[in-house]
Ligand binder design. Structure first.
Ligand code: NAG
Ligand code: NAG
Ligand code: NAG
Length: 491
């Protein structure tokens, strides 16, 4: 029985590799092409604008230069004037005065960091709104009300005029999102933030009105409409049928938040259903924050609490892998990037910024002292999340492609990225023991660099992967995220 014998041999050798050497291989066929890794300019610009110019420049470079995170996407919050929002930091100014009349001297705070992103060459710039300007909403406020049926073109014209203004200044906003979390009005008033409810059966009008306004300015192909930024996958998927079929041709991408912290199987179901109903239309992740839990993703879920540790930074990295690897999405935006929710006073207790507490929130990569106005503490505090997100910001660039990894130990926390000259292998080990990955490539590859973030290392250079026969061995230290870089040529 030679045939059966052969089958047994194959099984035995792959079982041996799975147990002994974690073999895996990088596909010769690309999966998705990436378009951006980024986050949002809400609501920290209101505070950071008041910091010394040297600090504002340092922050801009930490966010947008390759020496920092190297973000390729930035979401500028188009303010609705903050009417009835009690927290002044979450009450961005609006340019809107009356129909067709704007005051572009408003919101210098948000504009400063939008300009910084543009100057640093961030290629994906989104203008997103939590609410229409107060005058246009049902309650004449920036929250606790809803979109008014019949105002789609008026609201769209405002957004299109704002975008045309910035584009005329060389700030090439190329995406617009007219309803961030339309599933809530964020009331009651006084509210904690801006928000405008847009009922599922009103969402097509918002998209149609905006598309008409962009078309009137010749911007419909230059500026893609993102919708609908529902706060979670299950809510999003349940509502698409009410609006999306009417306007799917006018939407550049279907974007969602993941505040339900979906399991792998619910995320996959969402992707399968959405791809089937709207073929060829990309979906992507535009906002998440705020979870505790373990490095491997167990225990995740919407919650307060500040955890700057490697454990939580790896948990968030796992969410990025989930969107990019499991869901095959091309773009990932974290929420606020910069936060004052340390939950402690660093001047009273300097070490508190590196310890977990239950008063703060895990909603930033960089933090600042909420009492800066009175104590003049303008320090920026960098958490492990900054260093882990830097792996994605530095190495998952627009135009590069994901290469599936298969084999006996193709982990859901490992991703291969290729461009014409380089392979980047981002590999996370969320466990308490060291391991290694034995990886082969479909064509020439030669180890050139490796950087690691762990409890004791911040994007530190570490030893290169080593050659073993026709494969490479990539050590994966316990509780770490490492990127191994390979030139696509023979050694
Ligand atoms: C805004 O606040 C004012 C003053 O408290 C209140 O009268 C009004 O109802 C609020 N508007 C909304 C939409 O909640
Ligand atoms: C998901 O969003 C819907 C609204 O779209 C909301 O009703 C529901 O409570 C949310 N579920 C979770 C788990 O956040
Ligand atoms: C920028 O801020 C970081 C974080 O606080 C700090 O380590 C670094 O020295 C600062 N750089 C400059 C040029 O001020």
């Amino acid at each position: 029985m030679p045939f059966l014998h052969l089958a047994w041999t194959c099984f035995a050798s792959s079982a041996f590799l799975a147990w002994g050497a974690n073999a895996a291989s990088v596909s010769s066929t690309p999966a998705q092409t990436f378009t951006g890794i980024g986050g949002s300019g809400a609501w920290w610009p209101m505070d950071l604008y008041k910091f010394p110019e040297a600090t504002r420049q340092n922050l801009s470079s930490l966010l947008f230069s390759q020496d920092g995170l190297g973000l390729s996407s930035y979401r500028y919050n188009v303010g609705a004037g903050g009417v009835n929002v009690s927290n002044p930091v979450r009450a961005p100014e609006t340019f809107y005065v009356s129909p067709g009349v704007y005051n572009f001297a408003k919101d210098p705070q948000g504009v400063y960091f939008l300009q910084a992103a543009s100057k640093n060459g961030v290629p994906s710039l989104t203008a997103f709104a939590n609410s229409a300007p107060a005058q246009l909403t049902s309650g004449k406020a920036s929250c606790n009300g809803g979109f008014v049926t019949g105002t789609g073109v008026q609201y769209g014209t405002y957004l299109a005029d704002v975008i045309a203004h910035f584009r005329s200044q060389g700030i090439n906003i190329n995406f617009v999102s007219p309803m961030n979390e339309p599933d809530s009005n964020f009331g009651p008033s006084p509210c904690g933030q801006e928000g405008m409810q847009v009922l599922p059966n009103q969402r097509a009008e918002v998209v149609n009105g905006l598309y008409t306004a962009l078309s009137n300015k010749g911007l419909a192909s230059a500026v893609g409409i993102l919708a609908d930024e529902s706060s979670n996958l299950s809510g999003a998927g349940n509502n698409y049928a009410s609006w999306l079929p009417q306007v799917v041709g006018k939407v550049a991408a279907i974007v969602h938040h993941t505040y339900d912290f979906p399991s792998d199987s619910s995320y996959s179901t969402y992707i399968t259903n959405t791809n089937r109903a709207y073929p060829g239309k990309p979906t992507w992740m535009s906002e998440v924050c705020c979870s505790l839990g373990n490095a491997d993703g167990t225990g995740k879920g919407w919650s307060g609490g500040y955890d700057p540790s490697i454990k939580n930074a790896l948990m968030f990295s796992g969410l990025v892998f989930q969107s990019l690897v499991l869901a095959n999405e091309p773009h990932y935006d974290f929420w606020t990037l910069v936060s004052n929710q340390l939950g402690c006073s660093p001047l009273n207790n300097p070490s508190c910024v590196t310890s977990a507490n239950s008063n703060g929130w895990t909603d930033g990569l960089i933090y600042y002292d909420s009492a800066y106005n009175s104590n003049k503490n303008y320090a920026l505090y960098i958490t492990k999340h900054f260093w882990t997100y830097k792996h994605f910001g530095n190495f998952v660039k627009p135009g590069s492609q994901r290469r599936p990894i298969s084999g006996s130990d193709a982990s859901k926390f490992t991703m291969a990225v290729s461009d014409s000259s380089t392979y980047y292998i981002l590999a996370m080990n969320p466990n308490s023991g060291d391991s290694s990955l034995t990886l082969s490539f479909p064509d020439a590859a030669c180890a050139s660099r490796a950087v690691r973030t762990s409890a004791s290392e911040d994007f530190a250079s570490v030893a290169l992967a080593t050659k073993s026969g026709s494969s490479w061995v990539l050590p994966l230290k316990a509780m770490s995220l490492t990127t191994y870089i390979f030139n696509r040529k023979a050694c």
